[in-house]
Design a protein around this ligand. Structure first.
Ligand SMILES: NC(=O)c1ccc[n+]([C@@H]2O[C@H](COP(=O)([O-])OP(=O)(O)OC[C@H]3O[C@@H](n4cnc5c(N)ncnc54)[C@H](O)[C@@H]3O)[C@@H](O)[C@H]2O)c1
Length: 280
């Protein structure tokens, strides 16, 4: 089991929801925590709460869409805490519009935060983590819709980014293993969690606006009817256990298994179809 005490954690999107709960859970494990978020005041208030409970914490304003900003974050964490051991790529946004109504700017925002943001952080932090030779871990937060598409709620762009993130994470894990680097990679695929994800539009930059934001709230029936909503604290606890056990997939909502089972069955059946259609 991986020992986290005394190590350094960086959490993007640490100012709210799962990231804030993860920041607290890391502090509880005795880690030093860098809380990074595009919302400076949110990052600062989580870091302050950690310091009040006796943890070492720093707040960093960062927009993960910017490679330069993420490089600066890596430098700031290195100067203050030294080597990063646990990189949690948690920042994410959810655009909710039917696929055929999505505009170029919707795609740009979704892809630049949910996918490029993770790529930026991996590029900024991994070389240093590998060079220092100490054990480390990367956690990428995807979603259950990264394992099975649910065609409701206008989640087409979100689903696209999360499927890509699952593939990116699996590939990164294998590549690091093949290189003999002592860095694990996990991808987290939660179902519904009680956070502010439905209010993602609050962080959409002016230049990527596409008109009035659709109204989404806790009472949104598409969200409310998904069974097994968990608290961010429950999900954060599962994530850290998964890191300690070096799990490839950290699945938090067992009630979602039938969705993935159905997709996997259909996928395997398609191989049988291919075999049957192959000319003798
Ligand atoms: N809430 C759910 O039901 C659910 C389910 C599956 C996966 N997820 C994923 O969990 C992760 C955390 O989301 P959450 O549910 O806690 O939502 P949240 O909105 O409460 O938190 C997301 C955080 O990311 C930050 N953020 C947004 N854009 C950013 C950017 N460009 N740069 C840096 N930070 C940025 C926000 O300021 C916020 O603090 C996301 O990747 C989300 O896709 C959430």
């Amino acid at each position: 089991m991986r020992e986290l005490r005394g190590q350094v954690a960086v959490i993007t999107g640490g100012g709210s929801g799962i990231g804030a709960a993860l920041s607290h859970a890391c502090a509880e494990r005795g880690m030093r925590v860098a809380v990074a978020d595009v919302e400076e005041s949110a990052a600062e208030s989580v870091a302050e709460a950690l310091r009040i409970r006796g943890a070492e914490a720093m707040a960093c304003q960062v927009d993960v869409r910017s490679r330069d900003a993420v490089e600066e974050l890596a430098g700031a964490v290195d100067s203050k805490f030294g080597q990063t051991h646990l990189l949690c790529n948690n920042a994410g946004v959810m655009v909710t519009r039917p696929l055929l109504e999505l505009e170029e700017k919707d795609w740009e925002w979704s892809l630049s935060v949910n996918l490029l943001g993770v790529i930026h952080a991996v590029s900024a932090f991994l070389p240093g983590m590998i060079a220092r030779g100490e054990a480390g871990h990367v956690v990428n937060t995807a979603s259950i819709v990264g394992l099975a598409a649910i065609s409701q709620g206008g989640l087409g762009a979100y689903t696209t980014t999360k499927f890509a993130l699952v593939g990116f994470s699996e590939y990164l894990r294998e590549e690091l293993k093949a290189a003999g680097a002592p860095i694990g990679v996990s991808v987290v695929c939660p179902g519904a969690v009680t956070t502010r994800i439905a209010e993602s539009e609050r962080n959409r930059p002016d230049e990527l606006q596409t008109g009035p934001a659709p109204a989404h709230s806790e009472s949104d029936p598409r969200v409310a009817t998904i069974p097994g909503r968990q608290s961010p604290e429950e999900v954060a606890a599962s994530i850290l256990t998964g890191v300690e056990e070096d799990d490839t997939w950290i699945l938090t909502h067992p009630e979602m298994k039938p969705l993935v089972e159905a997709r996997t069955r259909a996928l395997l059946a398609a191989f049988d179809v291919a075999a049957a259609r192959r000319p003798a």
